[in-house]
Design a protein around this ligand. Structure first.
Ligand code: BGC
Length: 746
């Protein structure tokens, strides 16, 4: 009791006014009171193990965890949501532990909390950094109203493998775009003041290289070079750190034979030393104990020691630190200084979040009632969903006319769950606006038929989706309905639970009977509009794709799926999304990205000894950066000006040659000069700008390149500025070969 009274001294008003140095003094004062066990307790994170608003658990695992909590053995919990639950658990930490140190409440707020925004990959397709920041801001606003003060986002893993289900959670294949989006998301979640009750700590994950899992199989081995690490994997993490991200999370995977949670090169050298990161590092779920399965640690005790020594500050769900770290310190295998450093980082975050000033800062029932699901959040989620959609094909069919004779078909026509995406947090199944509803706003008498079902069974985060491969019920009826109308809209694709964690797919075609159904449809119907719901790039075979009248990639748009799609189909929103990931022709081309290294014999060629397939083109179906609009744009011949300070100014005039206002995303790519410090990709994105243009209008886009933007890393992580001849392109997508210019950097 006395100690808790003493601690109340640290609950001073308004942490935002307290300087960082003051935090350090206050941390010192707290740490002076802590026993070794209490310090290690701060380094332990448990999953929400117990319904805190119910009776105290009588026995079993929850009872043990409850006892650990009361002894001050928990620094943070995850997956506890709602003010009532959060408050109840916080009350135990504050009132029943010896020191009363508050808990941090973590949660995967990945694309919204209850009001779901599009999956992160879809938001990345908007290329609209302001909108992406706002979307993260809204996620933070809603989640913090439910007691949460730490999100395990953004995931900034670069991946070139759409078989990996987690591509839905990132920003795609490009390190430059990924870095810009990482910055936007960190700013969005954290705002200017972490202690404000409507901002939450962000977490750059998974450090580092998880996106390179072999064969796209989740949790599988990774094997990549230091060159890839520095040039492709680390840039978005660095951007997150520069944006002030509060925490990092380890990858499940290994680099150079060392599991990320035990990798002192990644954590101590790069992150904490080279980048001077002052925040804390959390393991991934169970990743410390998984070192045993990796064949790296012989026991949980050894795993705990390796992780602690390497710089992993908090143990998520391995029970490794809480069980073994104290002995390791007492027996001098882990210096107490390492524990102190970790605890300091954790307490620093608690101070920054304002939890020492008010442990119930995020527990305002009134704010919870008025914020969650508010009209503003819904309005913004709808806007974001529209902006994320990518028009991939259009033979003059879209936008649809209001008096058009349309029907709607497909397994996703009336689905209220699949379009929500993978990370639901607090959103329930059945809460997405279906496409039927969205289209009925324009076509009140809409006729529709689902056709063969795509899946059955449990639709839940932990359960596999049961794909229908055989039952053709509904096929004939849907086909007959399609043939009775001038235009057939067909909504097909993946369930939200077919992408995401643990949802790798070896085949990335439309699942189940959908592809055969679509093939039959396009063979018989000349005006088919495919609305594709997907958490990753999918393959639509050429014999089908070339017969489509239009193809709108809707991704998994979240709560406002149906109304967003309808607005785009009808032209109330002119599509402006651009692909953040390459769409391959065939799984055999994967891994694949527009910025691949070309090798010494870049194909294709008519001759044999060049880099190419014998049975497929090298090119993708849709390249990175690609997307159509209802407007048409022309590009002038680009201009160049080299300034004496090494800067290069590139400009191009864009004209909207159509009758409708639209937004063009002008992309600047370059091929760097030859460098003995390492090879360079065929081309790489250096910058982009979005340009809203009224019908008939012309605007100039100007890019300024600095020496620093024309640089790359060697395999030791040293940055080298380009010297020599650069080729640059100002183009609408990564495969466009027009509009190039060259210049020389001395
Ligand atoms: C995932 C993380 C996530 C964590 C907590 C893990 O399985 O890899 O990305 O943040 O669980 O839910």
């Amino acid at each position: 009791m006395k100690l808790r009274l003493l601690l109340s001294l640290f609950f001073l008003p308004c942490a935002s006014l307290v300087s960082a140095q003051n935090f350090e003094q206050r941390i010192d004062s707290v740490m002076r009171l802590m026993t070794l066990d209490e310090k290690i307790g701060q380094m332990n994170q448990f999953n929400g193990f117990w319904n805190a608003t119910g009776p105290v658990p009588a026995e079993g695992n929850s009872l043990e965890r409850y006892e650990i909590l009361r002894k001050g053995g928990v620094g943070s919990v995850l997956n506890v949501q709602g003010v009532k639950e959060v408050r109840a658990l916080q009350k135990i930490a504050v009132e029943q532990t010896r020191l009363g140190i508050p808990l941090i409440f973590g949660c995967d707020v990945i694309h919204g909390y209850k009001t779901l925004t599009p999956i992160p990959l879809a938001e990345a397709a908007s290329w609209d950094l302001q909108a992406i920041e706002k979307s993260a801001r809204n996620g933070a606003t809603e989640a913090s109203a439910a007691g949460i003060n730490w999100t395990f986002a953004p995931m900034v893993d670069i991946s070139r493998d759409p078989r990996w289900g987690r591509v839905m959670e990132g920003a795609g294949e490009d390190p430059y775009l990924g870095a810009r989006i990482a910055t936007a998301r960190v700013r969005g979640f954290q705002g200017d003041d972490l202690s404000a009750p409507n901002t939450i700590a962000a977490c750059a994950k998974h450090f580092a290289g998880y996106g390179y899992v072999q064969a796209g199989r989740d949790y599988h081995h990774t094997d990549f070079s230091a060159y890839t690490l520095y040039n492709n994997i680390l840039p978005p993490f660095k951007a997150a750190q520069e944006a002030g991200v509060a925490t990092f999370m380890n990858a499940f995977t290994a680099y150079n034979g060392v599991p990320a949670s035990a990798d002192s090169f990644l954590m101590r050298q790069i992150l904490k030393k080279d980048w001077a990161f002052k925040g804390m590092v959390v393991s991934d779920w169970g990743s410390i104990q998984e070192m045993m399965a990796h064949g790296y640690a012989a026991s949980l005790q050894e795993a705990a020691e390796l992780a602690a020594l390497a710089g992993c500050d908090m143990d998520m769900e391995s029970m490794a630190y809480v069980r073994h770290l104290a002995d390791a310190v007492r027996q001098k295998r882990v210096p107490e200084a390492r524990v102190n450093e970790a605890v300091r980082r954790i307490l620093r975050l608690k101070f920054a979040l304002g939890l020492f000033d008010d442990p119930y800062r995020y527990c305002d029932e009134e704010r919870e009632a008025t914020t969650i699901g508010s009209a503003t959040l819904h309005k913004d989620a709808l806007e974001m969903a529209k902006k994320s959609m990518v028009l991939l094909e259009n033979k003059g069919i879209l936008p649809l006319q209001l008096n058009e004779d349309v029907v709607l078909l497909g397994a996703l026509a009336n689905d209220r769950t699949a379009p929500l995406g993978n990370w639901r947090v607090s959103a329930d199944n059945g809460t997405a606006i279906p496409l039927t509803t969205g289209l009925q706003a324009y076509f009140p008498d809409l006729r529709w038929a689902g056709g063969p079902v795509a899946w059955s069974g449990i639709e839940a985060f932990h359960a596999p989706i049961q794909v229908n491969e055989t039952d053709t019920t509904g096929w004939a009826g849907a086909m007959a309905l399609a043939l009775s109308a001038k235009t057939a809209i067909v909504a097909l694709g993946e369930h939200g639970y077919q992408s995401g964690e643990g949802r790798s797919r070896a085949s990335i075609h439309l699942p189940g009977l959908q592809e055969a159904f679509l093939r039959a449809l396009v063979q018989q119907h000349p005006r088919v509009v495919l609305v594709l719901f997907a958490g990753r790039p999918l393959i639509i075979p050429d014999d089908i794709r070339t017969k489509l009248g239009a193809l709108l990639l809707a991704w998994q748009p979240g709560t406002h799926a149906g109304d967003a799609v309808a607005a785009v189909l009808l032209g109330d929103h002119n599509p402006s999304g651009r692909l953040p990931m390459t769409f391959p022709r065939h799984e055999g081309q994967i891994p694949m990205a527009y910025n691949d290294y070309t090798g010494g014999r870049p194909g294709p060629s008519k001759e044999v000894f060049w880099s190419q397939y014998n049975d497929l083109p090298n090119s993708p179906v849709y390249p990175f950066g690609y997307g159509l609009s209802y407007s048409t744009f022309t590009y002038s011949v680009p201009k160049l000006q080299q300034l004496p300070n090494g800067k290069v100014v590139l400009s191009v005039e864009i004209t909207n040659t159509s009758q409708v206002a639209g937004t063009e995303t002008v992309q600047l790519y370059a091929k760097l000069p030859a460098s003995k410090h390492g090879i360079s990709p065929g081309r790489q994105l250096l910058d982009f700008q979005q340009l809203p243009l009224a019908a008939g209008a012309t605007k100039k886009v100007v890019f300024m390149l600095t020496p620093g933007s024309l640089a790359h890393f060697d395999a030791q992580g040293q940055k080298h500025l380009a010297k020599g001849k650069v080729t640059a392109w100002l183009v609408p997508n990564s495969a466009d070969v027009a509009n190039s210019l060259t210049f020389v950097i001395d």
